[in-house]
Design a protein around this ligand. Sequence first.
Ligand SMILES: Nc1ncnc2c1ncn2[C@@H]1O[C@H](COP(=O)(O)OP(=O)(O)OP(=O)(O)O)[C@@H](O)[C@H]1O
Length: 243
Amino acid sequence: MALICFDHFKIQYAAKIVLAIDSLTLSPEKIYAVIGPSGCGKTTMLYALSGLLPNAAKASGTLRNEVIDATHIVLQDFGLLPWKTVLENVMLPMVLKNSISEQDEQAARSLLKWFKLDDYEKTYPMTLSGGQKQRVALARAWLTSPKLLLMDEPFSALDAITRETLQDEVKNLYLQSPKSVVIVTHSIEEAAFLGESIIILSADGTLSEVVENPSFALPNARSTADFYTMCYELRKRMKAVHL
Ligand SMILES: Nc1ncnc2c1ncn2[C@@H]1O[C@H](COP(=O)(O)OP(=O)(O)OP(=O)(O)O)[C@@H](O)[C@H]1O
């Protein structure tokens, strides 16, 4: 079954076409990484998938997202409310719907524990590090049990080791309870580690190709020859689409 279908889908700002995907189908319960040169339309693609395109964007053609009502997007700036505690921020979607159950609170606490934030539940976001804020945003995303999770450069602001730790946490959480995920990233290593399939966009916003990633499910994937080969292949292909 297809979760998402692009069919001659285009987005333009005034006369400038910034995304043009003729044909692309995404399957459920897979992690897709999206890479491509700066300005090629990666974030625009994510906004289109979330149904949150800016007013100035004009869309044409077809983009079918079968789970648009159960789609959650994690933005680059984390989207945390400074006047709410960590626990309240994680539970924000429930707070907004005015439907907090004991079960939700338990689930929020166990996610905070998973993300090593159990000592911080009464803390306010301004006192957290970038990595901790990102973890709060990820815990919130997971708590809503979205059918499709969209993440825009989720780890770009973090130092290398924190980034790898969070990538591991997200992958392990995904392997425990698979979801449909689309991650936009600038990092070839992140795409090769987190992407089961990697969508490569060209500089002009067209789809270059979708690459399957044989290293994705391997134990200790980062230290396998398949992972290094994948990084090498992606680097080669990225150079080609930059031209
Ligand atoms: N609100 C807007 N109004 C006009 N043009 C826009 C708007 N938002 C994005 N664009 C243009 O659309 C194109 C695609 O932008 P987008 O942010 O999707 O690229 P990206 O691949 O995510 O870039 P980066 O890798 O640098 O984050 C760019 O040329 C950008 O200038």
